[in-house]
Write a protein that binds this ligand. Structure first.
Ligand SMILES: NC(=O)c1ccc[n+]([C@@H]2O[C@H](COP(=O)([O-])OP(=O)(O)OC[C@H]3O[C@@H](n4cnc5c(N)ncnc54)[C@H](OP(=O)(O)O)[C@@H]3O)[C@@H](O)[C@H]2O)c1
Length: 290
């Protein structure tokens, strides 16, 4: 049985990976690597039999004990950490030194095409250090609607973004968790491969807002604004510069790119169809209505 260290286990994707691995796989022993063990234990209390270890991306003193006797590292990049040389290089070198040879890295769709994004640099670093790897490259999270965009939806019934008519491919984070759990449980069959994990729909925000309005029975209007105005709007709302930049790029860049490709990897890995946005909105109806 492989012992897997899950980073980001209290976040959107990490928690879903953990839940799917816990529920459906008996091939892995799960260790959650978290910066606050007590907080994580109370958040994930119903999951008995998983171990917790202190692990902090920003404190290299936590690496040695966290990495002890780990076979596979599930690695993600917390949104506020972008400096690859400063944080990921020492982390990956410490993992190697501890004898970890296998990494599943949560990247992003299209990471291989853009040399400037941190995910691309992390992927290349993993390869250059000779790890066996699997890159999970998901598309745009449906959960952005219920996290970073939810307060505006609830309070103003609007979504304001610099995304114009750009199409986004919508993936449910639960589906990312499910597919990643399969990859972790059968690492050797997928070694040194990259998997785009996408949903089945490409929709722009005008279409997504219309769909949400119809599903919840209350009108949500989409407003597209220019990226500079958007960035300063986020700053004014108190969002940290680094996250405001990430939000601006995430929602503006697709205007300059081709429509996202739709992959059948999710179906191939899990045997199921990916969640569609309508189902996600139904599931979260009460939250959208506030
Ligand atoms: N949003 C999208 O549409 C999209 C699409 C494709 C890919 N992605 C990528 O997905 C990743 C984000 O995943 P997510 O949404 O699951 O993130 P998230 O919900 O923000 O979770 C981040 C996790 O990292 C942990 N963390 C933060 N700082 C830490 C530290 N210093 N040491 C240890 N743990 C730390 C957090 O733990 P605490 O509970 O302690 O805070 C949390 O568990 C990003 O790399 C993003 O680029 C996003």
């Amino acid at each position: 049985m492989n012992r897997v260290l899950l980073t980001g286990a209290t976040g959107n994707v990490g928690e879903e990976v953990l839940r799917h691995l816990y529920t459906y796989s008996n091939k892995c022993e799960i260790v959650a690597g978290v910066r606050d063990v007590n907080r994580a234990k109370s958040k994930l209390a119903i999951l008995e039999s998983i171990a917790f270890r202190k692990f902090d991306f920003e404190d290299s003193a936590t690496f040695v004990s966290a990495f002890q006797e780990i076979d596979i590292l599930f690695l993600l990049r917390p949104p506020h950490i972008s400096e690859v040389e400063k944080y990921f290089k020492p982390l990956l070198e410490a993992a190697k030194k501890a004898g970890i040879n296998k990494i599943v890295f949560l990247s992003v769709q299209g990471a291989e095409k853009s040399k400037v994004i941190p995910h691309n640099k992390i992927e290349r670093l993993i390869q250059s250090l000779d790890f066996e790897y699997i890159f999970v490259r998901p598309s745009y999270f449906m959960q952005n609607l219920t996290t970073s965009l939810i307060s505006e939806i609830q309070e103003k019934r609007t979504i304001t973004l610099p995304s114009g008519k750009a199409k986004f491919n919508w993936i449910d984070v639960k589906d990312i968790g499910k597919a990643t759990a399969v990859l972790l449980s059968s690492f050797d069959s997928h070694r040194n491969l990259a998997y785009e994990i996408t949903g089945s729909e490409n929709l722009d925000f005008y279409q997504a807002s219309e769909l949400i309005s119809k599903e919840i029975g209350s009108e949500i209007n989409f407003k597209s604004i220019n990226p500079i105005r958007f960035y300063f709007k986020k700053k004014k709302e108190g969002i940290e510069s680094a996250f405001a930049i990430v939000m601006t790029i995430l929602h503006f860049l697709p205007r300059l790119q081709k429509e996202p490709e739709i992959s059948d990897n999710f179906k191939k890995l899990t045997g199921s169809k990916p969640t569609i946005l309508k189902e996600f909105v139904e599931r979260n109806r009460a939250l959208f209505l506030g």
